[in-house]
Design a protein around this ligand. Structure first.
Ligand code: MSP
Length: 661
């Protein structure tokens, strides 16, 4: 198996970590753990970016030298990753001598090869990006497209990289290797950026003192963006561990956010080509998290601190902190397809925790282990000869490892996790249908034992596959299953064999790992139909009146009344927010061969992207109604306890258009 090298961007020491940074690092950690599980030799790198004017300025404000400032902050980043259970193999700081040496070495080499010349460089410069922009890239009022702040016209005598000479080369590379930049949208963006023409790039600064000196002209420092990228070859051992460098560099995968794509996908490969080094294997570009539809920022007050989110989840649920951290990681990776932008909400975290973790995963364990305890002396019972529904469970178990690998192993975390959850769904359905409690009542202890065995065996397989996303929770499940072989020794191959669970092992009953979070009590009962139509209720997120929860007085209807409601399975084709309404989503859905629009009040629970491709249930013959200027042709079904809406969906795949009765 090929070795695997994965990197995160190196984070500015000045930045305060938010969910965006955590997302990149957690995704990188997940794939690193996944590849280790699959048996690959993995090198996972993260670190801090410590040079440049912004850092110099910040240190001055703090009354410190730039180096002292970096020495103070870099360990905080290291501590954060440790707290979040990140399994990086190295942490690089760009002020380390090993990096200074490689940066100077490669810069010198580029100069000697004629790829760098001295010239006057002029352009619109954003000090926050530390980058030049072409006039056409600026926003109105000559502001930076990223920071929305004014740019400055800067002119300096600099060393300039002949980037324009590599235009054809990089174009051919991107065109010829569709996997080089992922996903497709980001690849296309880079193709049009390159086709728009590449200009030579100033790669040194006279005015920036806090940086690595140009080896052949120490009055200048190396431009931070070129210098920072070099960290990826420094850390893998370009000068210090040539053998390791040779083995891993061709397998390098850079994981980044879309704001820094062109540096990684265009400038960096061109620079490497100029110094005669190969390009990384792949640049994987993820999307941006917004909060309330807006960019996160301290000044807007919508800044999400990952530690605070996890602490709050742990406090409200009673889960162990590290397990809550796993749940947070799961939510980020599951909620939004990797590569797309998404909107973060605490409600989504709580919803995923309750629905996916407490119910689908935790509950499967919590309802099975007590049976072992009560009826089998606390020891895993023997598997029996397969019968009845066992076959479907075996088939699902045989399929899930490869299905998950095809997704998670290629950075498609959302679909990979969906595959594992589909399998958990099959296992939950299995124990419901096979009903070991009935077998026990009938005195058929052997059959009951076999069903319990099969269910726990499914959990063993799911747990192995989930270790990359749930490093702590998986460990806890493993402990409860009582399997002597350590989880850390389990490999992907162990998840591919049925029967790895040792009968006779002594289970350890424990407290639920994901204790359900009780949401706020529902508002006082309101009679159904009192003033508002069901579609209005569903659409504004208030949900059905609490009398629908079984407590209030609803008049009886006949089956004929019920049959007037045309309930159908529908598939979500597109989803977007309704402008000016924070609870509403506009969905384009398909019912059989026809498509239509529907407005639903679920925006606080569901990111639009997370709905695409999902099957839902809708009332298809409801009179159309305009909501915020959009005509809603029907209503979707959601369980609603007055605080949040949870979509109802078919238990297994059913074509759209099928009638629900
Ligand atoms: N120091 C440079 C990277 C140099 S790599 C040779 C840098 N650092 S950063 O700290 O500003 O950003 C680090 C990463 O966080 C980037 O990949 C960026 O895209 C990502 N994110 C920053 N905000 C984000 C969101 N709101 N959402 C998702 N990721 C975001 O850039």
């Amino acid at each position: 198996m090929e070795p695997f090298y994965v990197t995160t961007p190196i984070y500015y020491v000045n930045d305060v970590p938010h969910i965006g940074h955590t997302y990149t690092t957690m995704a990188a950690d997940t794939i690193a753990r996944w590849k280790r599980l699959c048996g690959a030799e993995v090198f996972f790198l993260t670190g801090t970016d410590e040079h440049g004017v912004n850092i110099e300025r910040r240190a001055r404000e703090a009354g410190m030298s730039a180096q002292a400032w970096c020495d103070l902050i870099a360990p905080k980043w290291q501590a954060l990753w440790k707290r979040l259970g990140i399994s990086n193999d190295d942490f690089i700081r760009t002020t380390e001598p090993r990096h200074v040496r490689v940066a100077q070495h490669l810069f010198q080499r580029a100069y000697e090869r004629g790829a760098i010349y001295k010239g006057t460089y002029e352009g619109w410069y954003c000090p926050s990006c530390e980058a030049y922009y072409a006039e056409g890239e600026l926003l109105e009022g000559k502001t930076c497209p990223i920071h929305k702040r004014g740019v400055e016209w800067a002119a300096e005598e600099n060393y300039v990289f002949r980037l324009s000479q590599y235009q054809d080369w990089i174009l051919r590379k991107i065109e010829g290797d569709p996997q080089f930049i992922q996903p497709e949208t980001q690849r296309n963006e880079m193709l049009s950026f390159v086709r728009g023409g590449l200009r030579d790039l100033a790669v040194s600064r006279l005015s920036v003192k806090w940086g690595i000196p140009v080896p052949f002209d120490p009055a200048q420092t190396i431009y931070v963006w070129v210098e920072a990228l070099i960290n990826y070859v420094t850390a893998i051992g370009y000068l210090d561990h040539p053998e390791r460098y040779q083995r891993f560099w061709p397998q390098a995968h850079h994981l980044i956010g879309r704001d820094i794509n062109r540096f990684h996908s265009v400038i960096w490969p061109c620079f490497l080509e100029a110094v005669g080094l190969p390009s990384p294997k792949q640049v994987w570009v993820h999307g941006f998290w917004t909060v309330g539809g807006e960019k996160m920022s301290k000044t807007r007050g919508n800044f999400i601190d990952p530690i605070a989110e996890i602490t709050s989840l742990a406090a409200t649920s009673g889960a162990e902190w590290e397990v809550a951290a796993d749940a947070f990681r799961y939510t980020l990776l599951r909620e939004v397809p990797f590569g797309q932008d998404g909107d973060y909400s605490h409600a989504a975290l709580v919803h995923r925790f309750n629905a996916d973790l407490a119910n689908d995963f935790g509950n499967l364990l919590n309802r099975t282990l007590p049976l072992v305890d009560r009826h089998f002396g606390g020891r895993i019972p023997a598997p029996g000869a397969p019968q009845g529904p066992d076959g479907a469970l075996h088939a699902a178990a045989a399929a899930v490892p490869d299905a998950a690998d095809a997704r998670i192993g290629t950075f498609d975390f959302t679909r990979g996790l969906a595959e594992i959850w589909r399998f958990l769904g099959v296992a939950n359905k299995y124990i419901d249908e096979a009903a070991p409690w009935t077998a026990l009542k009938e005195g058929n202890s052997a059959r009951a034992g076999a069903i319990v065995y099969n269910t726990l065996e499914a959990l063993r397989i799911a747990t192995i596959l989930l270790t990359p996303v749930f490093p702590t929770a998986a460990q806890r499940v493993w402990g409860q299953l009582g399997i002597a072989a350590p989880l850390s020794a389990q490999r992907f191959a162990d998840a591919r064999v049925w029967g790895g669970l040792p009968a006779g092992a002594g289970i350890r009953l424990g407290a639920p790992l994901f204790p359900r979070i009780e949401t706020r009590p529902a508002p006082p009962p309101r009679r159904a139909g009192a003033g508002r139509t069901p579609s209005a209720r569903a659409a504004d997120g208030a949900g059905p009146s609490s009398s629908d929860k079984g407590g209030g007085a609803m008049s009886e209807i006949t089956i004929d009344d019920f049959n007037k409601v045309d309930l159908r399975v529908a598939e979500v084709l597109e989803a977007k927010r309704v402008a000016g309404a924070d609870k509403l989503l506009e969905l384009r859905i398909k019912i059989g061969e026809s498509t239509r629009t529907l407005v639903a009040g679920i925006a606080q629970q569901y990111a639009p992207e997370s709905l695409i491709g999902r099957k839902i249930v809708v009332v298809a013959n409801l009179q159309p109604r305009r909501l915020r200027g959009v005509e809603s042709q029907g209503m979707l079904l959601a369980a609603n306890d007055g605080t949040r809406a949870v979509l109802l969906a078919p238990d297994s795949d059913v074509p759209s258009g099928v009638r629900v009765s």
